[in-house]
Design a protein around this ligand. Structure first.
Ligand code: DP6
Length: 324
């Protein structure tokens, strides 16, 4: 019997410029590049153990043995990674998120980033950050952005080799805070993977993609110059453009709940009154309110005063995925 094990920690990320729609769904080559910030306070910790005596692969998530589509998706990724080393040894995967399950915070980015790094290390390999990012992308597109540190850009690329993410600024570069207004998710939320497939059915998707280089430039420059006003404008525009595509796809996807709209409108009114804030939503009803350090307590207090908002999670810029 031979056994080998490794543990990795990765943070989820919030997209400032969103990934929505794939040119190649199997390889997860996106239609457009994207930019995000890792979230320091949230993390997935994953331990991967290979043992020649294991009769099958096991995946435990937050203490629950996984079956069905969640297990199949992880197994597919595990097989891709095992293929690099040419092994068929079974693995036990123990993964835990430190954020509340059911709070609507997507865990596929941190989950597949941590799984990729831990599996590669457990197989005794050391890969470059670019190669880790490329591999994580195959498990979940946004996971490629959870490999590098801080503020991260995913260059869309045209093939498997050149579609990966890299850091454009370290976490210490800018103390931005993501104040997540947690909103109850309804029972029938459509997952991102299914959503991406419908993106091309929206008449607005081509326009959104065609304008993406411009938005990426503005966002990248705003981050580099720590220009909050410029960042706020492009982040809100990009979120609205993605949700316009979602709402006009076939079938239409409406991720916004009444509470989401209440928060979006409140954020707009605070900004008019002079508080620098910006709102953005991924594929769910939670609203991510960005502000600079120093304003977060005020933002949190104001959010908790809005009907329907009972929980706010404050996140600073997070580090790269790392072995534990
Ligand atoms: C709206 O990365 O979750 O959050 O590749 O199918 O796993 P898969 O999709 P995923 O899509 C993320 C969509 C988004 C925008 C973003 O994070 O860029």
């Amino acid at each position: 019997m031979t056994t080998s094990t490794a543990t990795a920690v990765a943070h989820p990320n919030i997209a400032f410029i969103k990934y929505w729609g794939n040119r190649d769904a199997a390889l997860r080559i996106p239609e457009n590049g994207s930019i995000s910030m890792n979230l320091a306070e949230l993390e997935t910790r994953t331990r991967v153990t290979f043992d020649t005596s294991f009769p099958m692969d096991i995946f435990d998530l937050n203490g629950t043995r996984q079956k069905g589509s969640s297990y199949e998706r992880v197994l597919k990724h595990l097989n891709l990674l095992r293929g690099i080393r040419g092994i068929s040894t079974h693995a036990h995967i123990f993964s835990e998120n430190n954020f509340p399950t059911g709070a609507g915070i997507a865990s596929s980015a941190s989950g597949f980033a941590a799984l990729t790094l831990a599996t590669i290390a457990a197989m005794g390999l050391e890969l470059t950050e670019i190669d880790l990012s490329r591999l994580a992308r195959r498990g979940s597109g946004s996971a490629c952005r959870s490999i590098p540190a801080g503020f991260v850009e995913w260059q869309k690329g045209i093939n498997d080799r050149d579609s990966f993410a890299f850091s454009i600024a370290a976490p210490e570069h800018w103390n931005l805070i993501d104040c997540i207004a947690v909103i109850e998710e309804g029972p029938k939320a459509t997952g991102s993977s299914e959503g991406h497939q419908g993106a091309a059915t929206s008449p607005y998707q081509a326009t959104r993609v065609a304008d993406s280089l411009r938005r990426l430039d503005i966002c990248r420059q705003a981050i580099k110059a720590r220009d909050f006003a410029a960042l706020a404008e492009v982040v809100e525009l990009d979120s609205s453009m993605m949700h316009a595509v979602m709402m006009t796809s076939k079938p239409p996807l409406f991720y916004w709940e009444p509470d989401s709209i209440r928060v979006i409108k409140a954020v707009q009114s605070w900004r008019k009154l002079g508080l620098p804030v910006a709102a953005t939503l991924d594929a769910g009803p939670n609203v991510h309110i960005l502000c600079e350090a120093g304003s977060e307590k005020q933002v949190e207090h104001k959010l908790l005063n809005i009907e329907g908002i009972h929980q706010v999670i404050l996140c600073h810029p997070g580090d790269k995925a790392a072995l534990d």
